[in-house]
Design a protein around this ligand. Structure first.
Ligand code: ATP
Length: 225
């Protein structure tokens, strides 16, 4: 069944920003807001992985990471905390998540999978990487500290797909690659947030205050992992 997003005739523009969100921080949230602005998106689905396939089990349960994400998003227009990977059992493959978004929004929707440059560098190792391009466009966000050249397998994977601007990307429902540098690129990582929390250092202004308060109240991330 299709989801009605706008009243206009234009196909909906929807992005997925997946991740561990362990925990959500302002690098994620500000990126999602600026991405929605730059690409004129109707919605950005922020989707915590239940079981990320390519990394160890997160120390904080998926339902708790989702609660923190909900708190972080608050009433931010266009951002949605989406629990579809948590509701699905088994490993959280992005191709399956995109297929589920595609089923919701229909064939003509402009679907984007957004990811940071660090995650992009590992894309060729993902499950069914070619299938991702049948389902969505890829939008790669520049991230401070990650400038490495692309590995050959990744170069091969994206060959002939790169475009220069959102208009070229949205000429089709899926299949393109756009690399962008958002205005407020932030050198914030969940790894650094967890490290700070584990040794009692301040995380103020790295994540939303309500998220910080909840983490403190529940005593999350207090021990080195
Ligand atoms: P960790 O440090 O635990 O690896 P992370 O901060 O990279 O976590 P993830 O939940 O793994 O956060 O990231 C989800 C997605 O958001 C990934 O595509 C990642 O590249 C992107 N991302 C995370 N932080 C930023 C940031 N500061 N700027 C741009 N993109 C980011």
């Amino acid at each position: 069944m299709g989801i009605s997003v706008t009243e206009s005739e234009a196909p909906p523009r929807v992005a997925m920003l997946g991740g561990t969100f362990d925990p959500v921080h302002l690098g994620h949230l500000r990126s999602a807001v600026e991405l929605a602005e730059v690409l004129e998106l109707d919605r950005v689905h922020m989707i915590p992985a239940h079981r990320p396939p390519l990394r160890g089990e997160p120390g904080v349960a998926s339902h708790e990471r989702l609660s923190l994400l909900r708190l972080g998003i608050g009433d931010t227009p266009r951002l949605v905390a989406d629990d579809r990977e948590i509701r699905r059992d088994g490993p959280s493959y992005s191709a399956d998540t995109l297929a589920s978004l595609r089923a919701d929004y229909g064939d003509q929707a402009r679907l984007v999978m957004a990811l940071g440059h660090d995650a992009f560098l590992k894309l060729a190792d993902w499950h069914q990487p070619q299938r991702l391009f049948q389902l969505a466009h890829l939008v790669v966000l520049e991230r401070p500290g990650y400038r490495q050249p692309l590995p050959p397998a990744l170069d091969e994977l994206i060959a002939g797909r790169e475009v220069d601007d959102p208009a070229a990307l949205f000429a089709a429902p899926a299949g393109g690659v756009l690399r962008i540098a958002l205005e407020s690129r932030m050198a914030i990582s969940a790894t650094a947030v967890r490290r700070r929390l584990s040794c009692g250092d301040s995380v103020r202004y790295l994540l939303p205050e309500r998220v910080e308060h909840r983490i403190t109240a529940l005593g999350l991330y207090r021990h080195e992992r």
